[in-house]
Structures are given as structure tokens and as C-alpha cells.
Design a protein around this ligand. Structure first.
Ligand code: FBP
Length: 330
């Protein structure tokens, strides 16, 4: 055991919640930790269970849903909707925003999430993740509405991800830095393993899908060439194809992840509300930054719940350089 103290995520959440808190936000984060354990138990045994492959259904993104996408989505919705802490949800796998059924008490918060990020890697045992963001309702007297779900990332009160990798980790921020917890499968507990995570000043990686870089605009190609030819620091290229895993590596060792616009993806691929904004929130809490190439990802107010945006996220100076190259396009 590396950490001298054994601090469970429950203990940490209770110890760090502000004095005025009613415990609702703490409760949502704890529910997500439980959902993570349930999903991790499936991912770890995926090859042995009938949980790999497609679910014979096309989701709102036009993508074939995978069985594990549907499982994870179902676990998160069924586990959190009856808590009395939420008034609305948004999931990558659901076409519309999700109201809280009238038989359940409503709460003050909105949960937005990508139940399984990196779906294309599920069947090949490569790290995948869950991404989430939490907002406060715009009107406590109402039972939640679409407008509650279309808030800019700047208004997030907490965000995080779960990484189903060599170990299962939950990394989150509620505005007081970024903290990581590793699941001890033998105890069934998330234990504090990475407190106050910050991007290291000297980055080590850049992460882009090189299959599309030849089709990018000249300023974008110039930016990626700049990254490739940087000497101080000398960067290495790594790309898993699961944004959570690429983001996590770059958070720990420093770097930049990008999914820009491309001829086949004029708005990019990554979804603003439940993928880009939560990770940009974490990036800023860890001393980094996230942009669509022009604006901070946290300043963009979503027009619809499944809106896509170009993404550059990681060490601030590497990300701001993307803005400089793209400004030359104007
Ligand atoms: P999903 O949430 O549908 O998995 O999509 C997002 C994603 O898988 C990211 O995790 C990843 O960075 C990107 O798409 C990979 O896209 P590509 O295969 O085009 O490089």
C-alpha cells in the first residue's frame, strides 16, 4: 500500500464537503463510485460474459450501440434517478434529456454523462471510461427542464471520469483540485491514491488520430508538425482511441489530446456537454486548459445536448499554441 493513510472516497467526500453542504453533491459522487464498481465488475469479466459485441441498436449518434454501452447507461440511470438528488440527466446513449420519474423525489442537480467512452476499444480489452459532469438546477422550484441541461462548462459544480484500465480509477474535482482514487477489488473500496493532481510543467506526450492528420487544414497540420518537432520538451506520440485514457495519461505525465475538425467531421467528433466540458473543467482544476481552437471549452453554451466540438486539451501552453496556429487561419 503506497499511501500511508487509507482514505476511502466516502471519507474524502465527507471530509472535503463545504460546511454549508446538504450532502446532495457528495451523495451523487458516491453513487457514481458505486456505479463504477458495478461497471468495472462487468468490464473485468467481459470476455467471459455475453457482454461483448453489439446490442443491435443504433443510438442518437448514429453509432451501433455495444452491449456494455447499454449496460453502463442502465446502471447509472437506475442507480441515480431514485436518489432524490437529481432533477434531470443527459446520457450519450439517450436521444433526449432524461426527466426524473414523478414517483421519485427531485433534487437540485443535473447529471450529464458518457456511460462508456472509447466504445470502439471495448472488444479488444483496451482501456475505456465513463465521463460525468454535475450542474446545479437553474430553478429549485421546478422538476428540471431542457434548459437545465444546456449550461456552459463554467457552471459545472463537479466533474470527473472513471478509467477501466490496468486498475479502475475514479478521478474527480468538485472545485478544490483534482483527486484520484484506485479501486481495491479485494476490499471493494476506492482508496485515495492521487491527491491534488496537477499537469507536470514539462509535458511528455501528444495524442491525435494520425489517420486523419493528412486531411486536416494547413494551420492544423502546422500545429501537429510543431508538436512533432518540438525539442524542449521532446514529445512522444500516443493515441489509444479512448479519450479518457489519453486524457488520463497526459494529466499524469503532461501532454495534449486533440480531436480537431476534419473533412469527414466538420464539427469534430467529441461531444461538448458530457465529454469535452467535464474534461476541460478537470484540466483547468489541474493547471491545464481546454479549447475548441478559439474559445475556452468552458465558455461555450451548448445549443443541443449532443452537440460536437473540436477539442484541444492538456498543458496550457501546448493548447494555447493550437489557438495561435488556428488564429493564423482567420
Ligand atoms: P465514444 O464515446 O462513442 O466512444 O466516442 C468518443 C471516442 O471514442 C473517444 O473516446 C476517442 O478519443 C475517439 O472517439 C476516437 O475516435 P477515432 O476512432 O475517430 O480516433
Amino acid at each position: 500500500m503506497t499511501s500511508s493513510n487509507i482514505i476511502t472516497i466516502e471519507r474524502f467526500l465527507l471530509d472535503t464537503q463545504p460546511d454549508y453542504a446538504r450532502g446532495e453533491l457528495t451523495g451523487i459522487l458516491y453513487d457514481l463510485a458505486l456505479a463504477a464498481k458495478i461497471i468495472a465488475a462487468q468490464t473485468r469479466r467481459a470476455g467471459l460474459l455475453d457482454i461483448l459485441g453489439f446490442a443491435d441498436n443504433i443510438n442518437i449518434q448514429g453509432e451501433e450501440q455495444r452491449k456494455l454501452d447499454v449496460f453502463a447507461d442502465d446502471v447509472i440511470i437506475r442507480l441515480t434517478q431514485r436518489s432524490g438528488r437529481l432533477c434531470a440527466m443527459v446520457s450519450e446513449e439517450q436521444e433526449d434529456w432524461i426527466p426524473i420519474p414523478s414517483e421519485y423525489r427531485k433534487g437540485s442537480y443535473i447529471l450529464v454523462f458518457d456511460p462508456l467512452d472509447g466504445s470502439s476499444n471495448i472488444d479488444t480489452n483496451i482501456s475505456i471510461g465513463t465521463i460525468f459532469g454535475i450542474y446545479r438546477t437553474l430553478d429549485e422550484s421546478q422538476r428540471g427542464c431542457l434548459q437545465d441541461c444546456l449550461q456552459p462548462g463554467r457552471d459545472l459544480v463537479a466533474a470527473g471520469y472513471i478509467l477501466y484500465g490496468t486498475s479502475t480509477m475514479m478521478v474527480y474535482s468538485a472545485g478544490q483540485g483534482v483527486h484520484g482514487f484506485t479501486l481495491d477489488p479485494s476490499w471493494g473500496e476506492f482508496i485515495l491514491s492521487h491527491e491534488k493532481i496537477r499537469f507536470p510543467d514539462t509535458p511528455a506526450y501528444f495524442s491525435f488520430n494520425h489517420a486523419i492528420t493528412n486531411r486536416l487544414s494547413p494551420p492544423l497540420k502546422a500545429y501537429i508538425d510543431w508538436l512533432r518537432n518540438l525539442e524542449k520538451p521532446l514529445l512522444t506520440h500516443r493515441y489509444v482511441g479512448s479519450m479518457v485514457a489519453d486524457f488520463h495519461r497526459n494529466l499524469i505525465h503532461g501532454g495534449v489530446f486533440g480531436y480537431p475538425t476534419a473533412p469527414t467531421k466538420p464539427d469534430g467528433k467529441i461531444r461538448l456537454l458530457y465529454e469535452a466540458a467535464p474534461l476541460a473543467y478537470l484540466a483547468e482544476q489541474a493547471g491545464g486548459f481546454g479549447t475548441d481552437g478559439q474559445h475556452s471549452l468552458l465558455e461555450i453554451k451548448p445549443e443541443n445536448i449532443h452537440q460536437r466540438v473540436p477539442v484541444f486539451i492538456g498543458n496550457r501552453f501546448l493548447v494555447e499554441k493550437a489557438q495561435t496556429f488556428l488564429a493564423s487561419e482567420e
